[in-house]
Design a binder for this molecule. Structure first.
Ligand code: FES
Length: 217
């Protein structure tokens, strides 16, 4: 994986609208073509692009354990990158890595270090997860070597506090990295809900629509 890169612009709101238009096409001009062909157009959003939802497990997104479930023992106070992995409606296990904005970061801190506005109910024994994509222009965030208690976005020096709900503490990001509520599942980590807000590039209404779409695949 390229360590720092902008999120695929296709993942932006424009793409989501295109997806919606694809669906709308079934009743519009494209629908006419499709009706003539006797088939419904394939839904352009695939399970591997859907966001994390309740029950997804988190798997490594890089390194020697790439694609394997994250174990609590793997975690520490530095960033571990992860993808959500779920089961589609056919029971297939799918890593949701076709959507770059699904990238997550996970930490394990001493419990007492996690403070508001972290959603403590969405943490477990100091394990906390967030979107790994900067809310400014969609770069991957990373550890800050010169100020290790913070997250640094290398593109424009955006900074976040991972012990305090990933609130913005520097630079241009307009809002915190959304938290992914999790719980420990044996020695692994499981999402208990979707991200608590839209990832980079989506409005609140687009995010809600995407979560509705996620229920259908
Ligand atoms: S993309 Fe992160 S600070 Fe600009």
């Amino acid at each position: 994986m390229t360590k720092y890169r902008r999120a695929d612009p296709e993942i932006s709101r424009r793409k989501f609208i295109n997806v919606a238009l694809g669906t709308a096409g079934a009743v519009g001009g494209l629908g006419l073509v499709t009706a003539l062909a006797g088939v419904r157009p394939p839904n352009r959003i695939t399970f591997a692009k859907l966001p994390a939802v309740d029950g997804d497990i988190l798997v490594h997104a890089e390194g020697p354990n790439n694609g394997l479930p994250i174990k609590v023992a793997d975690l520490n106070d530095k960033i571990t990158r992860a993808w959500p992995q779920g089961k589609d409606n056919k029971g297939n296990t799918v890593i949701k890595k076709d959507e770059p904005n699904n990238l997550l970061i996970i930490y394990k801190f001493p419990v007492a270090e996690l403070v508001a506005p972290t959603d403590l109910k969405g943490t477990d024994q100091g394990v906390v997860a967030y979107s790994g994509i900067c809310q400014h222009l969609g770069c991957q965030v990373g550890d800050n070597a010169s100020k290790p208690e913070t997250i640094l976005c290398p593109c424009h020096s955006g900074a976040y506090d991972p012990r305090a709900g990933c609130k913005v503490i520097g630079g241009p990001p307009p809002k915190p990295l959304p938290q992914l509520p999790i719980k420990l599942d044996g020695d692994g980590v499981m999402a208990t809900a979707p991200l608590e807000g839209p990832y980079f590039g989506l409005t609140d209404s687009d995010w809600k629509a995407l979560l509705e779409e996620a229920k259908t695949l």
